[in-house]
Each structure stands twice: as structure tokens, then as C-alpha cells.
Design a protein around this ligand. Structure first.
Ligand SMILES: Cc1cc2nc3c(=O)[nH]c(=O)nc-3n(C[C@H](O)[C@H](O)[C@H](O)COP(=O)(O)OP(=O)(O)OC[C@H]3O[C@@H](n4cnc5c(N)ncnc54)[C@H](O)[C@@H]3O)c2cc1C
Length: 381
């Protein structure tokens, strides 16, 4: 019997654990997470704005024991990739294969003033406080923006802008909205035509789009950019992301910002050690990083599970990461679109923005339900 240690119970870790459980029913599959529950990323925005078509449902990680997945609740404080081991609660856990799926950390401290003045819309612990701030807002200038690259789910800032605008309009709150990004366009991977659709949607709803805006600090009532300042009455921010410190300290990032992996196999340079999802940097054929998204973390997790199973059985692994999938972009007014395609295609990614429709919004709702149904026992959901 072999043991696989999976660090992180998000999209990547859950997909790895469940796939391994199916492929290698007799092996020990151990999953570590400091959180008690799993939640889909976009649920934060639905909960923030009271938009949820379904009651808020979060998967309880401890329930994975019912599938034979051993769950350890605790923080990973040390990683030893040479020994395929990790330290949790002062205890060293060793394994035959190690999968690192700890996601991206939010580096709010990288922007002076951010924690004090901005509503961090990516922090699940801030949902209640953010909701209260939105509900109490009586009107004025709303500034929403991206404080660092890369960040999870590239369409999310525009989705949040459109949904927040709809939220205020529905309450008769007079808000002028601006959304900024350091990038030259809303979603460069879509090319000019796709960006114009997104930026046109923003404009149609009276939201000013501010590309090439690199924020360096937040002060009371103003965001400081490299090119000047902009005032706000309410500031919603997506903070810079970074690789969790425990991973950086282990040497897995090789001095870079994220874990370097083979883009097709998710192997690190340490034998038997894999990394999946937001902790990695995978370059596409155009040398730009693959967007950080749950769909990719999930498919990478499945690939890694297959490759670990093959390695344990002494046969050549035949499954590789292909980078197919997409992220939803909710436009408000009951519609969503998808940014989808073949992100790892050669010689360049093939990615498009679909038409917006009610069907895509239905698919987005189903996306959450399907994950919760297949990863957690149904009685609790
Ligand atoms: C607003 C928003 C909307 C989004 N919409 C979409 C979408 O439509 N489609 C899509 O595909 N993706 C979307 N995403 C992105 C998606 O949520 C992430 O890309 C995905 O969660 C990454 O999966 P992961 O497994 O790499 O990391 P995560 O899902 O973040 O999981 C990491 C896990 O590791 C745990 N952890 C971290 N550090 C430690 C530690 N030291 N010790 C123990 N445990 C630790 C965490 O508690 C967490 O459970 C969205 C994200 C946001 C914020």
C-alpha cells in the first residue's frame, strides 16, 4: 500500500484525492487543509450581493472521510520536497507521492493602506463586512480594481463591477463606477474584439474602464497610481496574489514567484512531488501565464492522480494536461458568457468569449452544484 499526501483541499486537491481514490482504492490518500470547508470562488460574490439562486452551501472537508480520504485539519507549516514530506501541527507526514495544491495567498500587505481602506472582495472571511459596507453605501464614487498580476479568475473584476452596478441601481443608489487594471485591456487573451465586448458592456452600464492603471498605495479617499491619483468614496479591491510562504521557503519556486512545473505533467524537479492549481506558473505557447482558475486546478489534479497511479503501477503515464476549459463571466440582468477554449494550444492559445445568455448563467449555477455533489456526500448538501 502506498501513501499520497495532498496539501490543500480546494479544486486541485479535491480533484486529485477523488481521482486517486477511484484509481487506487487500496492506497492511503491523506488530504491536509487549515480550512474546514470548501467553497467555489464565485460564491463569494453571490453571497456579497445576495444573488445566490441556491442557499449558500459549502462542502465540509471532514466528510471526505466517508469516501476513504483521510482528512487532517491543520496548517502546513513546513514542506520538505526532498523527503516528500510536510509538517502539520508539529507532526511530520511522509508519503510516496506529494501533491502541493495550497492555492494563491492574498498579499494585501504589498499595497500600503489596502487592508485599512479597501474592501477585499477575494477574502471569504470579509464577505459579511463587505456586504454591510455595500448595503450602507448611500452614493458617490465607487472604485474597483486589480492591485497586482496575476490574479485568480481574470474576468472576475468586470463581473463584480457589473453586478455591483446592478446592485446599486436596483436600490436607487446613485453611484459612479470605475474599474481599473494594470493591463492594457480588460482580458488580453481575448484579443481586441473580445476585450471590446467586455469594455462595451461596462460602458453601456456607465462604468468607466481604466486600463494601464498600476496602483501603488491606498490613502483615505484616494488610490495612488504610478500615473497619478483617483478619488473614491467606496473602494473594492482585488489584492496582489502570491505563492504561500511555506512553499517559497521549501525551494519549490526555485527563486521565482510560483512553483515551476512541467506544464503537461505538473511534475516539479523533485521526484514524486507535483504541484497543481494556483500555486503554479504554467506558461502558454504565447509565453503568458495560464490563467489561475478552478477548472484548470481541477483538471491538473486529475492528471496528477493518473500519473501517480501509473508510477505506482510501474507503467508509463499516458495522461497529460491539455488546458481546455473556461471561466464564467456574469453580465448581470440574468445573463452570463464564457471565456473558453484551448489555452495550451500550439502555436498560440485559442480562446474566445461566447455570446451572453441565460443558459450560461444556468451552467454557472450547475458548475457549483456539480462540484459539491460529486466531491461531498449528498445528504449534507
Ligand atoms: C470571485 C472569484 C470568482 C472565481 N470564478 C471562477 C470561475 O468562474 N471559474 C473558475 O474556474 N475559477 C474561478 N475562480 C478561481 C478559483 O476559485 C481558483 O482558481 C481555484 O480555487 C484554485 O484552486 P486551487 O486548488 O489551486 O486552490 P484553492 O481552491 O484556493 O485551494 C487551496 C486550499 O489550500 C488551503 N491552504 C492554503 N494554505 C494552507 C496551509 N498553509 N495549510 C493548510 N491549508 C492551506 C486553503 O485553505 C484552500 O482550501 C474564481 C475565484 C474568485 C475569487
Amino acid at each position: 500500500m502506498k501513501r499520497v499526501l495532498i496539501l490543500g483541499g480546494g479544486f486541485g486537491g479535491l480533484a486529485t484525492a477523488h481521482t486517486l481514490r477511484t484509481l487506487r482504492p487500496d492506497d492511503e490518500v491523506v488530504l491536509v487543509d487549515r480550512a474546514t470547508h470548501f467553497m467555489v470562488g464565485f460564491r463569494k460574490i453571490w453571497d456579497l450581493l445576495g444573488l445566490s439562486p441556491q442557499p449558500a452551501v459549502h462542502g465540509r472537508l471532514a466528510d471526505l472521510e466517508q469516501f476513504g480520504i483521510q482528512v487532517i485539519h491543520g496548517a502546513v507549516t513546513k514542506l520538505d520536497p526532498d523527503g516528500r514530506a510536510a509538517e502539520v501541527g508539529g507532526r511530520r507526514l511522509e508519503a510516496d507521492a506529494l501533491v502541493v495544491a495550497l492555492g494563491a495567498s492574498l498579499g494585501t500587505d504589498r499595497i500600503p493602506g489596502f487592508s485599512h481602506y479597501a474592501l477585499n472582495v477575494y477574502d471569504p472571511r470579509a464577505i459579511a463586512r463587505n456586504r454591510e459596507a455595500l448595503q450602507n453605501f448611500s452614493g458617490g464614487r465607487v472604485l474597483l480594481g486589480v492591485f497586482g498580476l496575476p490574479y485568480k479568475c481574470p474576468p472576475a473584476p468586470y463581473e463584480i463591477a457589473l453586478l455591483v452596478q446592478e446592485f446599486f441601481a436596483g436600490r436607487g443608489v446613485a453611484a459612479t463606477m470605475e474599474v481599473f487594471t494594470p493591463q492594457p485591456s480588460s482580458m488580453p487573451i481575448l484579443g481586441q474584439a473580445g476585450c471590446l465586448v467586455i469594455e462595451g458592456r461596462l460602458m453601456a452600464r456607465g462604468i468607466t474602464f481604466l486600463p494601464n492603471h498600476t496602483a501603488t498605495a491606498v490613502e483615505e479617499g484616494e488610490v495612488v497610481f504610478t500615473t497619478g491619483r483617483r478619488p473614491y468614496d467606496l473602494l473594492l479591491g482585488i489584492p496582489p496574489h502570491r505563492c504561500p510562504a511555506v512553499i517559497v521557503e521549501s525551494g519549490l519556486t526555485d527563486g521565482g514567484a510560483w512553483v515551476s512545473v512541467n506544464p503537461r505533467t505538473l511534475e516539479t524537479r523533485f521526484p514524486g512531488v507535483y504541484a497543481v492549481g494556483d500555486v503554479t506558473q504554467v506558461l502558454m505557447a504565447n509565453d503568458k501565464p495560464l490563467p489561475k482558475a478552478g477548472v484548470f486546478a481541477e483538471s491538473q489534479g486529475r492528471v496528477v492522480a493518473h500519473r501517480i497511479a501509473a508510477a505506482f503501477e510501474g507503467r508509463p503515464p499516458d495522461v497529460t494536461f491539455e488546458g481546455q476549459g473556461g471561466c464564467f463571466l456574469e453580465f448581470g440582468h440574468g445573463e452570463a458568457a464564457m471565456i473558453e477554449g484551448h489555452f495550451m494550444a500550439e502555436p498560440a492559445p485559442q480562446v474566445r468569449l461566447t455570446e451572453a445568455s441565460k443558459e450560461y448563467l444556468d451552467q454557472k449555477q450547475a458548475f457549483e452544484q456539480e462540484r459539491l455533489r460529486s466531491w461531498f456526500p449528498q445528504d449534507d448538501n
